[in-house]
Ligand binder design. Structure first.
Ligand code: DX5
Ligand code: ZN
Length: 218
């Protein structure tokens, strides 16, 4: 399904009310919920781990999309699968055996994604296309919400879309997505748009209609 989907990133939500934030975002039209896991090692920030993902599962009716910004990945795959992840995405740069990691994600019963940092060329995932359900070219350097969109992702998305061909692989974009950048990445071939601050920066649990407006604008 290559229709455009919005995946709000809860990194920009109220961490004291994550369950309610997920429910409100879905009620306002979120297609997937994007959970950013950071370890303070692979990226210079720490967010949350499998226990929070598991606690959120009953509050997410749609796709639970877990973006792992951690290294190593393999020791934690089972925990995120047990937490109820539908998609688990690992970075191509996060270890020497990403092919094995992607196979392990599928073996754990999840869909497998592979993310590419802004400095990593599309070719880095050329030999992984039979192992993945999702490609995630990052449009910021991972670690923080609210950063500026990096334009070189647009031709990279086009290249990935060509490489994918007829395979049923999603192309997701993450970082700096707002009403001005969303059309660029959608036109280039992305079908899942992650947005943190553009969605949650405006709304709040107290004013959930803000999410809907933000998502419609994207
Ligand atoms: C960045 C995360 C993103 C982030 C996006 O490391 O992977 O998902 O939350 O935030 P915005 O949309 O604010 O750039
Ligand atoms: Zn993310």
């Amino acid at each position: 399904d290559r229709s455009l989907k919005i995946a709000p990133s809860i990194l920009a939500a109220d961490f004291a009310a994550l369950g309610a934030e997920c429910e409100a975002a879905e009620a306002q039209g979120a297609d997937w919920m994007h959970l950013d896991v950071m370890d303070g090692h692979y990226v210079p920030n720490i967010s949350f781990g499998p226990a929070i993902c598991a606690a959120l599962r009953p509050h997410i009716r749609k796709v639970m999309d877990v973006h792992l910004m951690i290294a190593p990945v393999d020791p934690y795959i089972e925990a995120f699968a047990q937490a109820g992840a539908d998609f688990i995405t690992a970075h191509v740069e996060a270890g020497p055996h990403v092919h094995r990691t992607l196979q392990a994600i599928r073996a754990a019963g999840c869909k497998a994604g592979v993310a590419l940092n802004p400095g990593t060329p599309a070719e880095a995932v050329a030999d992984l296309l039979d192992e993945v359900d999702l490609l995630l070219p990052m449009s910021v350097n991972p670690g923080f919400g609210g950063q500026k969109f990096i334009q070189t992702v647009v031709p990279k998305i086009r290249k990935l879309r060509d490489m994918v061909g007829d395979r049923p692989i999603h192309i997701q974009v993450d970082g700096g997505i707002d009403p001005s950048t969303a059309p660029l990445v959608a036109e280039a071939g992305a079908d899942v748009l992650v947005a943190g601050s553009a969605v949650f920066g405006k709304g709040s649990v107290d004013a959930p209609e803000g999410y809907g407006d933000a998502m419609r604008a994207i």
